[in-house]
Design a protein around this ligand. Structure first.
Ligand SMILES: CC(C)(COP(=O)(O)OP(=O)(O)OC[C@H]1O[C@@H](n2cnc3c(N)ncnc32)[C@H](O)[C@@H]1OP(=O)(O)O)[C@@H](O)C(=O)NCCC(=O)NCCS
Length: 144
């Protein structure tokens, strides 16, 4: 059974995400609030963070070990962030999804065109993966 453990070592969480293929660097204005690792018999096999951008809470740095994908672990990590965002009183939880299907499966919806979407995509503007290996989709789940 894979266990999810809270972690406040945000640098390590980001480093693991980069090793899993995520783009390095923290987008301007994004602040880390909380994090979790997924542990399988002492091996770290996944991670995720709760972040803040302006007054929004975001899911960030989501990854799962290649060998363990498509077994629900990514969804468990997302739901862990949802629970923490709720606990902190958020009315909504946002993400800029590289793999939107995981989020859509968990109650998130695409963000309609407009300033909110542009603000979220703004975190990707300088990213070399954008449009090449990554087509990010801003998504939101209402928590109220
Ligand atoms: C995205 C990621 C975290 C998903 O983790 P996971 O453990 O495979 O996710 P789950 O098993 O909970 O998937 C839940 C649902 O999302 C969808 N899904 C997951 N990965 C998918 C993919 N690559 N393509 C299409 N749909 C996908 C499926 O509907 C899946 O349910 P199903 O397997 O019953 O069909 C994992 O693929 C990963 O680490 N990718 C590389 C890092 C990355 O891009 N992270 C950013 C994510 S926004």
């Amino acid at each position: 059974m894979v266990e999810l453990r809270p972690s406040s070592d945000f640098d390590a969480l980001r480093r693991l995400g980069v090793e899993a293929g995520l783009e390095p660097g923290v987008a301007p204005g994004v602040e880390a609030l909380a994090g979790w690792t997924a542990i399988d018999r002492d091996r770290t096999v996944g991670g995720v963070m709760l972040e803040r951008l302006d007054d929004r809470m975001l899911v960030g740095w989501l990854w799962v070990d290649r060998e363990l994908r498509r077994r629900g672990l990514g969804g468990r990590l997302v739901e862990t962030v949802v629970a923490e965002a709720r606990r902190r009183g958020a009315a909504a939880l946002w993400a800029v999804a590289r793999v939107p299907a995981v989020f859509l499966r968990h109650g998130f919806e695409p963000v309609a065109e407009g300033p909110e979407r542009d603000r979220l995509l703004g975190t990707c503007l300088a990213c070399p993966q954008r449009g090449a290996t990554c087509r990010p989709m801003p998504v939101v789940r209402r928590l109220a």
